[in-house]
Design a binder for this molecule. Sequence first.
Ligand code: EPZ
Length: 411
Amino acid sequence: MGRVRINGAKNSALKLMAAALLCDEPLVLTNMPDLADTRFMAHLLGHLGVEVERSDPAQMTLCARALGAPFAPYDLVRKMRATFNVLGPLLARHGQARVSLPGGCAIGARPVDLHLKALEAMGAQIRLEEGYAVAEAPKGLHGAQISFPFVSVGATEHAMLAAVLARGETVLDNAAREPEIADLAHCLIAMGAKIEGVGTARMVITGVSRLGGTTHAVVADRIEAGTYALAVAATSGDVLIENCVPGHLGALWDRMRAIGVQVEPQGDTCVRILQSQERCSAADMETQAYPGFPTDLQAQFMAVLCRAKGASIIRETIFENRFMHAPELSRLGADITVHGREAVVRGVSELHGAPVMATDLRASVSLVIAGLAAKGQTEVNRVYHLDRGFEGLERKLSALGADIERVSGAS
Ligand code: EPZ
């Protein structure tokens, strides 16, 4: 049986890093993943005046003792949407900020209207000017009743980051419930914030006048854990996934069991994945906000279904353009038809290696998974996408017996 150790979650780390802007004492983050995205966020925070220290790759200390101008330029925001979440903390701390709008990305338009509406409800005056959100809260932010029309991870986190220092009570209804949101809440509470309803769709935040530093361990990356689980399913392996939270992946385990994979959680931090059949069965799947099946594992699940015995339907409900991996998987011999937000995957008995092109982070790892399951050699181009979210992917997969090598491209 192979073993693989999971890192801290990228999508939690990025928002925790933004939380450092809320106080003038050090925030020490442990179990930090070392990724292109966390380095990029550190770069932006450094630009804003935050002292960032990384003595150990898994630990980052951020101290926003003396902030500079609250200005996040286009070049430091456009590459990664999570950077936009500095707007709320900057407003809370400075009363004003100018942050570039992030723009769309390969998986969809991804507007930030809900983020802006939440901040406006808290008293911010925001105008959009030459691609920037220019925000002011001359009298400070105040509590508000915010009911999100649909679930948004980023907007929920953004509202939390602003509400913790706002005057009075903020109620967030229809809030996202992803484990990364609870992780952010726990860190903010340790910094002195008052948040009730953590992990539910209704959070009540009572603003405090100041927050202090703390040490916080980033929650395990459920998407990284799920990705290795699906790589095992695609290649008929037997692997113990360590340092994860199996309880965060209930919807994935349900679908993996439906296709015939054995999933055995072992305590609170490990899960054994065993696939003894050469091909899995087919099963339908639909992405949903947590606790549903994560959109960030849709591409990897599709890669597994490519060799299933039978046809499966995948429905993507979160992003409007998240099937760009389908034509690339087809280059390996997969039989996939996409109709709008639905993809029909008719399992084939064999995939064959070919050169393919990665289009985004999760799509790129789905091509790696399919490449491992294919006969012959697969060459994945634009692998820099992988470095945004998977620390040491080749090293970890090689240790599990995969034949994988980085030929070129940054790591
Ligand atoms: C987060 O993105 C993650 N990113 C994504 O992971 C993840 O796929 C997504 O949540 C869903 O789980 C980070 O945490 C950094 P949303 P986010 O706001 O916050 C629409 C990865 O591969 N929307 O929940 O941007 C939006 O367009 C990435 O690691 C609005 O219309 O996701 C989407 O259709 C990719 N207006 C839907 O809501 C808004 O103001 C859900 O997006 C905000 C969002």
